[in-house]
Design a protein around this ligand. Structure first.
Ligand SMILES: [Ca+2]
Ligand SMILES: [Ca+2]
Ligand SMILES: [Ca+2]
Ligand SMILES: [Ca+2]
Length: 391
């Protein structure tokens, strides 16, 4: 308010350009450039000449001779009273709450608005508006001089987002919808429904999201992610590697949609284990055996050997793995690389083996390591390395 006042006082002093006759001085302000259908509109009129008594709060607009009208093309509040912000400010304010029109804003079959046009200010007036309309505030400032300000009203396309791209199991996940049209009451917290599901539970859950403040139009819900318990309430069943999806149905769409259209707005995030990947599978030191399965103490060229590794699933969930066997000679050249793919159950201990025939004598480094896949690989264990000498 002070800012507006100073601005108007200072502007002529810095007036670098001449008066703009196409945009005459119009001291009516609204607190937003565009409103949703059920917004609260805060209006300010700078009218120092209407500060009749500098020791009293003056009012304007509520007389038939110099009335203030707040109107759409179909509904209007006439002689709406604005009151001075201070005894000697010359600045007058009022509020109107927009009430929209009869419409089912959440698709449950019931109207969610109470359209009405009533009130005489300076607060608690209500005004019906359509989806694509405008509010015009007009004030007969002096005899025959009417100041007018118009602001548009429209519906908005909702957005939905998870707070993070990746969530860890047994943690919570925040999901947020912004749809200004669902701020159905600008003086209290509103709610809307968000549907959540995961790759492992496509039926998923429906949760209630609550407006972050009484007129924010932003709605958040917190869910927990569990691999140990089925989906229920605000808990969603999911396992590491799942995608989780959040979906909001917007029944209040701007043009070019029609008023009866609705649109699913969706977002996705990934679920990962809270255990660091490198600790998910235990890779034990390898052993060597003959092709008959007897333990080998020494190695000879051109004699097949079995390289035997042992892995243990350290997690409480089934994991896919790729176990690599890599043999390097003393020049660090890879003589052999092979792998075994499979799945390992929770807490299962599994032997994996691969045969190798050394062609030449010498020293060799046998390395084994575990990845989650061949392509997009995440190491699930550190590399194990053993030196052998082939006679
Ligand atoms: Ca006054
Ligand atoms: Ca409804
Ligand atoms: Ca609200
Ligand atoms: Ca909307």
């Amino acid at each position: 308010m002070l800012y507006l006042f100073l601005f108007l006082i200072l502007l002529p002093a810095f007036g670098q350009s001449g008066p703009d006759y196409n945009d005459p001085y119009s001291p009516i302000f609204t607190d937003k450039p565009v409103y949703s259908w059920t917004d609260k509109v805060k209006m300010t009129i700078i009218a120092p000449s209407w500060n009749a008594d500098r020791h009293l709060i003056d009012s304007i607009g509520d007389s038939s001779s110099h009335s203030i009208k707040i109107a759409t093309s179909e509904h209007s509040l006439d002689e709406y009273r604005f009151t001075e912000t201070d005894v000697n400010s010359g600045i007058f304010t009022a509020e109107v709450i927009l009430t929209g029109f009869s419409h089912d804003a959440d698709g449950d079959g019931n109207f969610d608005t109470t359209p009405r046009t009533i009130g005489n200010g300076p607060t608690s007036g209500f005004l019906q508006v359509d989806r694509d309309s405008a509010i015009t505030i007009s004030f007969e400032f002096a005899d025959g001089v009417v100041l007018v300000e118009s602001v548009p009203v429209s519906w908005n396309l909702g957005t939905i987002n998870f707070a993070e791209d990746i969530f860890f199991l047994e943690n919570s996940a925040l999901v947020r919808v912004v749809d200004l049209d669902m701020n159905l009451n600008p003086e209290s917290l509103d709610n809307l429904t968000i549907q959540l599901y995961s790759d492992s539970d496509v039926a998923g859950i429906e949760v209630n999201a609550v407006e972050t403040s009484e007129s924010s139009g932003a709605f958040t819900a917190t869910i927990s992610l569990s691999q140990n318990s089925p989906s229920s309430g605000n808990r969603l069943y999911s396992i590491p590697g799942d995608s989780i999806f959040a979906k909001y149905d917007d029944y209040t769409l701007p043009k070019p949609y029609t008023k009866s259209d609705n649109l699913e707005i969706q977002t996705v995030a990934r679920v990962d284990s809270s255990t660091p990947p490198m600790e998910r599978i235990e890779n034990s030191p390898i052993t060597f055996s003959s092709s008959l399965g007897n333990p080998l103490e020494s190695f000879s060229q051109n004699t097949p050997m079995q390289i035997v590794g042992t892995i243990k699933n350290e997690q409480e969930f089934k994991q896919k793995f790729v176990y690599f066997f890599q043999v390097k000679n003393d020049q660090n050249y890879v003589e052999s690389l092979s792998w075994v793919q499979g799945e390992i159950s929770p807490s299962q201990i599994l032997d994996v083996s691969q045969s190798w025939v050394p062609k030449e004598s010498g020293k060799y480094q046998v390395e084994t390591f575990v990845w989650n896949s061949i392509g997009a690989s995440t190491a699930l264990s550190p590399i194990m390395s053993t030196m052998i000498t082939v006679q």
